[in-house]
Each structure stands twice: as structure tokens, then as C-alpha cells.
Design a protein around this ligand. Structure first.
Ligand code: 6PG
Length: 465
């Protein structure tokens, strides 16, 4: 029997979809799952692709089924399961065989594995697009040795989504954990984008009294303009859907407590280490945490009775506010990537990252084309200052300000939109207020300060305190 070009371990939702995608693009693939029954069922249900799938029932059988030097994709839960799988494969693989962790790994783990002197080659690869993306075209962010990526690039480019210009959305990001790092920031932006959409949804529902169907139509309309993106598109779809059990709008029967697997949190934690300001993403992580504390929120409502009041906002204002928020959030995400590149010694190609995110991934959006262009002009300049986006912000910021001001005044929770505005107002203030912080630090700790006039006097006259 022909040997497989590649192997895959872990036939959960994402692994199964990715394996079928690989087989469909013409690459024979050997698969293995911890439970043999899952492997058998997967093969039985592979339909016309079954001929290109080699089901195996032991790791040794899997390894034997793949043409050397082997490449094996791991699609197992992030964390210890990846280490366990690498350890189980170690005695079966040679130094030129390659293991590719395609889960949502913490990039520090990927760095650790890359540095561990594993007995085989190792890549960490971020894959975005959910089940549908994995099956028909995800965005792929590779990390590790360039030569190892080049070996598997033909397969990855064949299975990846394609941008409108035909470019496959599968790119090498840099050494070690660079691919998983970029995927982590992708997810941070995903959290922020989702939270801002949720906030605007809340304004329409609670401030304008719009039913879910009308909100769905509004999102659908926005998806034909500057906000065209996967997340706005699916927001229109979920708002339009009805609950098969009750006939009520689907959104109205879903519990308002958001789950999370951790990637957004990792982005926020890493941003703190890098001193990179990403307040919109941090606010989105915070909002998920608050959303999960239902009892506390109920007690808060009982005590403070803050039922949000009606608003007078026009829908185009909400649309413009979301445009502004989105630009600010992506600007913060890209600035964080730039900071990480410098801190970790990775040559992260910012316009290339914007291009990889144009199709297949959850944060794909029409704006990413312009972002790629703006970042190519000057990758180290904040995206908000690129002429194209500065102009967009000039037009849209008054709406963001009006929406946040009115929403906050009337008790609507807008943490992500408001923190975007706060960052923007700081970013455009040449003379800020940190002189007060510096004076306080000097007062209680003699930490010293620099003077505006450059004179050589670095402490205040508070010695006699
Ligand atoms: C993607 C998604 C995907 C997954 C997240 C969800 O890019 O395809 O980000 O990786 O949906 O892990 O994350 P939370 O459970 O943290 O929301």
C-alpha cells in the first residue's frame, strides 16, 4: 500500500476536519486516535476520501504507515497531553522525523519544547477557523525552524484558506513559539472583536429596544460595509436565528455567561510582561470573567438596580463606533506583536501576519487588506497613525465618543469600547498626567524624575515632609 505523506494524531472535531481537508487536497494521510473505535468510525465515514486515509490502531502502526522522513500533526488538547504524545512518539521516530503541534498551545510551552532537544524535529503551528475552517481552509501560523516549515509548507498551503488575491493563508511566522504566539494574539483580538460586537448588541437591545431580528438585520447591513468580517457576519446569523424548542429568538434563550479556554487571557498576561498596551483585549478578557459570575451580578443588580436606560443613538453612530473600536483593537494587537518580535528576537513580518489573517481565521475582515498595506509602509508605526487609518479614526472617533458617553451616562456596560477610547485619548495627548505619578513616586520613594526643561535636578522639595 502507498505510504502516507503525513500523519495525524487526535481525531476530535478539529483533527478529523483537518485530516479530511488534507486527504481532499490529494495527500494520503495516516491517522491514529487513542480510542481505536473513533479511528474506525472516522475512516468509515470518510466517504470518497477513505482511499486516501490510512487508519491505524497503534502508534507503531501509524509511524510505519508514513513515508520517511515523517511528518505527524498533533491535534490533542494543549498542555500535558502534547508532552505525553511527544514522549510516546520519541522511541518510534528518528531525528529527521517531524512532529507538528497544531493545537492552541501556550507559546511558552512551544518555546520550551523547541529548546528541549527533542529526539525529533518539532514545529508549533497555530490553526484558526474552527471546524469549518479546519475542514475547508483554515489560516495557518507556523513556528519553528524555517527548514522544517518549508518541508510541510506545500501541504499547509494546499489546505489553507485563500485570500481574494489567491494567496494561501499559511505562513511561517518565526522560530520556536512564534506561530503559537501570533495565534494567541489572534485570539486576543478575537475576544476583543466579539466583546465590542456584544456591547453594541447590548446598546441595541437594552438602549434602543430592538428585537433580535432587527439587530440581526442591522449587523447584516454593516457586514456589507467597512465592518465586513466573519464575526459581524455570524453575529447577524445568530441574531436572526430562532430557538427550535420555544420559537423565541435564539439569543434570548442563551445564558449570558461566556466560556473561555485561556488564549485571550494568555494574550493579556503576555501584554503585561511586554508592557504593551492592549486595553481593548484586556477589557474583553475581564468582561468574560465578570459575565461568568452570574450570582454576583444578580446580587449587584438587586442592590444597585442599574437597569440600563433608553438611549438616543442612531444606528450609523453605533456602526462608526464599532469601526473605531475595531481599528483601535487591531492597532493594539499589532503593536503587541511588534513589541514581542523585539523582545523575543523574532523577525515577525507584521504585514505578512495581516495577510495571513485575511481568510480562513475567525478575525478575518475586509480591513485586514488595508492593514497589511499600512503595516508594509512602516511596521513599527502604530496602525492608528498610518494615514489611511488615522483618517478613518478622525471620522469615526466622534461616534465612539458619543456612544461611550451616552452609554456610560445611562448605565450601559461598555468596557471594551470605553477602554479603546481611553487609550486613544492618552495616545493623542503629548502632555499627559504622569508628571503627577512621577512626583508621587519621588515623594514616597525618592525615585527621581526627569524635568521638562532638562535641568539637572531630579528630586522635588519635599525632603522636609
Ligand atoms: C480559532 C479560534 C479557536 C477557538 C478558540 C475559542 O481561531 O479558530 O480561536 O481556536 O474557537 O479556542 O477560544 P475560547 O474558548 O477561549 O473562547
Amino acid at each position: 500500500m502507498t505510504k502516507a505523506e503525513i500523519g495525524l494524531i487526535g481525531l476530535g472535531t478539529m483533527g478529523a476536519a483537518l485530516a479530511l481537508n488534507i486527504a481532499e487536497k490529494g495527500f494520503p494521510i495516516a491517522v491514529w486516535n487513542r480510542t481505536a473505535e473513533v479511528t474506525r468510525r472516522f475512516h468509515a465515514q470518510a466517504g470518497a476520501l477513505a482511499d486516501r486515509v490510512i487508519p491505524t490502531e497503534s502508534l507503531a502502526e501509524l509511524v510505519a504507515a508514513i513515508a520517511p522522513p515523517r511528518a505527524i500533526i498533533l491535534m490533542v488538547p494543549a498542555g500535558p497531553a502534547v508532552d505525553d504524545q511527544i514522549a510516546a512518539l520519541a522511541p518510534l521516530l528518528g531525528p529527521e522525523d517531524l512532529v507538528i503541534d497544531a493545537g492552541n498551545a501556550n507559546f511558552h510551552d512551544t518555546n520550551r519544547r523547541a529548546a528541549a532537544g527533542l529526539p525529533m524535529r518539532f514545529l508549533g503551528m497555530g490553526v484558526s477557523g474552527g471546524e469549518e475552517g479546519a475542514r475547508h481552509g483554515p489560516a495557518i501560523m507556523g513556528g519553528g525552524a524555517r527548514a522544517d516549515w518549508d518541508r510541510i509548507a506545500p501541504v499547509m498551503q494546499a489546505i489553507a484558506a485563500r485570500a481574494e488575491d489567491g494567496t494561501p493563508c499559511a505562513t511561517w511566522m518565526g522560530e520556536a513559539g512564534a506561530g503559537h504566539f501570533v495565534k494567541t494574539v489572534h485570539n486576543g483580538i478575537e475576544y476583543a472583536d466579539m466583546q465590542m460586537i456584544a456591547e453594541v448588541y447590548g446598546l441595541m437591545r437594552d438602549g434602543l429596544g430592538m428585537p433580535a431580528a432587527a439587530i440581526g438585520e442591522t449587523f447584516a447591513g454593516w457586514n456589507r460595509g467597512a465592518l465586513k468580517s466573519y464575526l459581524v457576519e455570524i453575529s447577524a446569523a445568530v441574531a436572526a436565528a430562532s430557538d427550535p424548542l420555544t420559537g423565541a429568538p435564539m439569543l434570548d434563550v442563551i445564558l449570558d455567561a461566556a466560556g473561555q479556554k485561556g488564549t485571550g487571557r494568555w494574550t493579556a498576561i503576555e501584554a503585561q510582561h511586554l508592557a504593551a498596551p492592549i486595553p481593548v483585549i484586556e477589557a474583553a478578557v475581564m468582561a468574560r470573567n465578570v459575565s461568568a459570575r452570574i450570582d454576583e451580578r444578580k446580587a449587584g443588580e438587586a442592590r444597585f438596580a442599574a437597569a440600563p436606560q433608553a438611549l438616543e443613538l442612531a444606528l450609523p453612530e453605533l456602526e462608526a463606533a464599532l469601526i473605531a473600536g475595531k481599528i483601535l483593537c487591531y492597532a493594539q494587537g499589532f503593536a503587541m506583536i511588534e513589541a514581542a518580535g523585539r523582545a523575543f528576537g523574532w523577525q515577525l513580518d507584521l504585514p505578512g501576519i495581516a495577510r495571513v489573517w485575511r481568510a480562513g481565521c475567525i478575525i478575518r475582515s475586509a480591513m485586514l487588506n488595508n492593514m497589511a498595506t499600512a503595516l508594509a509602509e512602516d511596521p513599527s508605526r502604530n496602525l492608528a497613525l498610518a494615514p489611511f487609518f488615522a483618517e478613518k479614526l478622525e471620522t469615526a472617533m466622534p461616534a465612539l465618543r458619543a456612544v461611550v458617553a451616552q452609554g456610560v451616562l445611562h448605565g450601559h456596560a461598555l468596557p471594551a469600547l470605553a477602554s479603546g477610547l481611553g487609550w486613544f485619548d492618552m495616545m493623542r495627548t503629548g502632555r499627559g498626567t504622569a508628571n503627577m505619578i512621577q512626583a508621587q513616586r519621588d515623594f514616597f520613594g525618592a525615585h527621581g524624575f526627569d524635568r521638562l526643561d532638562g535641568r539637572d535636578s531630579h528630586h522635588g522639595p519635599w525632603a522636609a515632609k
